[in-house]
Design a protein around this ligand. Sequence first.
Ligand SMILES: [Zn+2]
Length: 293
Amino acid sequence: MRRRAVRRTVVSIVIAALALAGVALFLSNPRARCALRIAPGFTRHEADSRIYYETGAEEIASRLADALPRAVARVESTLSMPFRSDFRVYLCNTHESFAAHAGHHRSTPVRGLAFSRDIWVSPKAFSFHGRDTHEQTLAHELTHLHVGQQVGWLHRVRFLPGWFLEGLADWVSGTGLEVVSRDRALSALLYGPRLELDSTGRFPVPKGPSDYGIDGHMLHAQSLMFVEYLSVGREEAFRGLVRDVLTGERFGPAFEQRYGRTLDEEWAEFLKSLGGEAEGRDARLPSPPGEAT
Ligand SMILES: [Zn+2]
């Protein structure tokens, strides 16, 4: 009887130790800590309580507080839907700090990140390749957050293609062409390397640029140009597609219903239209293929 009690106690201790080790392992991941809002060293902003800034970032935090209402209005009006729940904006004092919180290498070119509840912004957004992009970066990350709030993070990852999510966020916010120019993206679309389209997401790890066969800046530029193509002159179809996506429809079937053809067929038409566009611009086009600057 006593031996059984001892065994039960030992088993309980082992289970508790394993559970603790699991929690410790989970919390050792910086992104998990960000997702859980475990962020010591961040202070709530007086003027806008949605903003939490790291010590030392007081000045840029005030500029972020000024821009936030405009960025929110831009996302809500462009997507024709309000945010469903409150969120926070975390602003780091240095890009290195942002990279550490995001679990990225310190040289990461990323300047903002959306989690399921909040967004994080690097000070790099205030000086990105010579431009102040903090308001656009806010709108970009808020677009990701907005989509996640509407459909749920799991649905977003499983059923919505990454190129569309990026192209949509760039289209809403005015980002996407800061590093790769429109002409360079056009050249790549014509001669390669070119985005390999898909019509769904990927769980548990969403596709990154390398899965699409191009680098991150080129992914943004090409995705944005295709989204623009889908929206210009076909506002009703595009608005319908965005509404379908935000109300939980799967991307592929919604696309076919709204545009009356498959994604591949529309992509082929897009590339054909660029051939026409490029003919008049050959003198300005960079040399193909892939001579990155
Ligand atoms: Zn993005």
